[in-house]
Write a new protein. Structure first.
Length: 379
């Protein structure tokens, strides 16, 4: 398989689809030796089932493991670190990876419990988990999803699970895009298997899955993410970390240079082959962002706020809110009127939590707006 290729397969038997895809890509020819330690990096940012639209289907990882074991590779591990606010151990169990580990004899490595080291990533020093250096060949298995802060998340951003929690928080203080782009230099991806089965196209924590029943394979994480931009009707320039990673030499950000092909499609599969018509644009996040003043918020906190705002928008209440809702690390130690998360604990009205509970955010904001409306009516 060449660097410019992206292979796609459609169907509903995800494990067998994955094995067929890897055979077509001739993955085995890319691995340096049968003694190589192969790391498989899924997306288990939260403890929710894959059908919810946020996490990698364990059947896809099972297909990768079977393909490798059938060809004599035995040093295989699954490594991941959930986002700040969740526990990887819980995600391993809840998402079916503990069962997978026991079935195939594959180790589970929790990077949240790992030590780390500092690495110069093209002029930006980043902290990377030590487990990464124990891997000889890294297979990234992201979910194709939307993201409430970076618009898309797939191959490049999935590497955030291989940095310490403290560094994940620092990434947000750095603006996300720059460190994610440079992280592509610090953690090279040898092969990518994209779970495009039912990702949520708005929120990285899931809840609104869009069924596509597709799995993709590629070697270039930048090209993959450029393709995701096209699928979700964004320009590459709309997602700065993709463009930056391309400039840093991580891969190619020009989707015109990609060779995209479908190797199998079930007869009843209705997905058209062309990327531009695959998924209609959805902009639910953009529809509510005007109500937020965000300064360096973490994904888990922001992801608890946006769905709550979406519900309030649908109920016709969000436009009744006076002022904006403050969120993010930039508000630590500051005061204000209305804030979400522990970083705004000094505000007059604060919804606590790190991250806060989405239902609590919704209920508190709804009561706040209704109270404001009552006071306005009284005047």
């Amino acid at each position: 398989m060449e660097k410019k290729e992206i292979l796609k397969i459609y169907g509903t038997d995800f494990k067998e689809m994955t094995k067929t895809l890897l055979k077509e890509a001739d993955l085995v020819s890319l691995i340096p030796s049968s003694e190589a330690r192969i790391g498989i990096k899924p997306n288990l940012n939260v403890s929710t089932p894959a059908s919810f639209g946020a996490t990698t289907h364990p059947e896809v990882v099972a297909g990768i493991v079977e393909y490798l074991q059938e060809r004599g590779f035995s040093r295989i591990v699954v490594l991941e670190g959930s986002w700040v606010g969740d526990q990887t151990e819980k995600a391993f169990e809840y998402c079916g990876y503990q069962t997978l580990s026991e079935q195939y004899g594959v180790e589970l490595w929790d990077t949240q419990k790992d030590s780390s080291h500092t690495k110069d990533c093209a002029g930006v020093k980043l902290h990377i988990c030590d487990m990464v250096d124990r891997i000889d060949f890294l297979i990234n298995v992201p979910v194709l999803k939307g993201h409430c802060q970076t618009k898309i998340t797939c191959a490049l951003k999935n590497s955030k699970g291989l940095i310490p929690n403290s560094e994940k928080s620092r990434f947000h203080r750095m603006g996300l895009h720059k460190p994610i782009g440079h992280l592509g230099v610090g953690i090279p991806q040898d092969f990518i298997v994209v779970d495009h089965i039912c990702g949520d196209l708005d929120f990285e924590e899931g809840g609104n899955p869009v069924v596509k029943n597709c799995i993709m394979a590629a070697r270039d994480p930048v090209l993959v993410d450029a393709y995701v931009c096209e699928i979700l009707h964004y320009k590459v320039s709309d997602v700065p970390y993709v463009e930056l990673a391309g400039q840093l030499g991580v891969g190619c950000a020009d989707i015109r240079k990609a060779r995209i092909s479908t190797i199998q499609r079930e007869e009843n599969e209705k997905n058209p082959a062309g990327p531009a018509e695959e998924i209609a644009p959805r902009r639910r996040v953009l529809d509510v962002q005007y109500a937020v003043e965000d300064v360096d918020s973490c994904s888990a906190c922001y992801a608890a706020l946006i769905p709550a705002l979406d519900r309030l928008k649908e109920e016709g209440l969000l436009d009744k809110l006076s002022g904006q809702i403050s969120i993010g690390q930039g508000f630590r130690g500051k005061t204000g009127k209305l804030g979400v998360g522990d970083c705004t604990k000094e505000f007059e009205v604060n919804i606590p939590g790190c991250p806060p509970d989405e239902e609590q955010v919704y209920e508190t904001l709804k009561n706040y707006i209704v109270k404001e409306m009552g006071q306005t009516d009284g005047n």
